[in-house]
Write a protein that binds this ligand. Structure first.
Ligand SMILES: NC(=O)c1ccc[n+]([C@@H]2O[C@H](COP(=O)([O-])OP(=O)(O)OC[C@H]3O[C@@H](n4cnc5c(N)ncnc54)[C@H](O)[C@@H]3O)[C@@H](O)[C@H]2O)c1
Length: 266
């Protein structure tokens, strides 16, 4: 029987995380570092990435490579791929985490449906769904030849469940249609690719519930009451799910959506 230590060991493996310097991305990056993986961290702001790289390398003594890339643009994605493909001969894990989220400051985004703009809808699809598809397509050859390789798409409970508008009443918080619908697309992309890339590369989804982040008190109260565990999520809640899906602990698991939502959706 293989020991848990061995199953969890990511030493010698390389993991690419998009949106790595964001709130969840930095916790995912720390988790993979603690498991011993080397990392390629990708985001829009090189300064923030390098800060994260310095902190994590000092703490975990792994190798971290930071790349600035605006994943909204096909040319930028291809440029990133060319750089990585030229430098590395393996890629064991790809985490598609970057996204426009509910609180992103975009025109025609955090608005009632009637005011949500087509331009922002298209941009959200490009970042939340098309970029993930494109990275999976570009990096598949590298993943295919690497040990224990897998893809993890970070979705949301809203990829599966319609919003309950009563929790948003009298708040400035909203839930743009493009967010939910792009995440629903990501959920299906996981299943499609799990089937297409099998048996070489496993593909799974993690669907987090809402993170507690200074939201309106009434919103938090109503949100908590909709979960079985009676609280909003914190970034650390995702560490176990990532460790399970990214490592050999889950080597017989593909095409799944692991909800980490305190029992919001059952
Ligand atoms: N915050 C929540 O409550 C919540 C709940 C469920 C799921 N999620 C999902 O978790 C993931 C991370 O969300 P978060 O809460 O950490 O958000 P965040 O805004 O803190 O982090 C997102 C990161 O993605 C990056 N990013 C956005 N657009 C990009 C682009 N065009 N190119 C490169 N990088 C880009 C941002 O710069 C940021 O660092 C997202 O996929 C989100 O949908 C979040």
């Amino acid at each position: 029987m293989t020991t848990f230590n061995k199953l969890l060991d990511m030493k010698g493996r390389l993991c690419l995380i998009t949106g790595a310097s964001g709130s969840i991305g930095s916790v995912l990056s720390e988790t993979m570092s603690e498991l011993g993986a080397d990392l390629i961290i990708v985001d829009k702001d090189l300064g923030k990435l390098n800060k994260l790289k310095k902190t994590l390398e000092k703490k975990w003594e792994n190798n971290i490579y930071s790349y600035e890339c605006d994943i909204e643009y096909e040319t930028e994605r291809k440029k990133l791929f060319r750089k990585i493909n030229a430098k590395f001969s393996n890629l064991n894990c790809l985490v598609n985490n970057a996204a426009f989220i509910g609180s992103s400051k975009l025109k025609g985004w955090n608005e009632p449906l009637e005011k949500q703009s087509l331009e922002t809808w298209r941009r959200a699809f490009e970042v939340n769904l098309t970029a993930a598809f494109h990275f999976c397509q570009l990096f598949f050859p590298l993943l295919k030849i690497s040990k224990g390789s897998n893809i993890i798409n970070i979705s949301s409970i809203y990829g599966e469940y319609a919003p309950d508008w009563s929790i948003y009443e009298n708040t400035s918080i909203n839930n743009p249609a493009a967010y939910s619908v792009s995440k629903a697309g990501l959920n299906h992309l996981t299943k499609y690719l799990a089937s297409y890339f099998a048996p070489n590369v496993r593909v799974n989804t993690i669907s987090p519930g809402g993170m507690k982040r200074n939201q309106d008190k009434q919103f938090v109260k109503k949100y908590k009451n909709k979960t079985l565990l009676k609280r909003m999520s914190k970034e650390d809640d995702l560490r176990g799910a990532l460790a399970y899906l990214a490592t050999d602990l889950s080597e017989y698991v593909t095409g799944q959506n692991l909800r980490v939502d305190g029992g919001w959706g059952i």
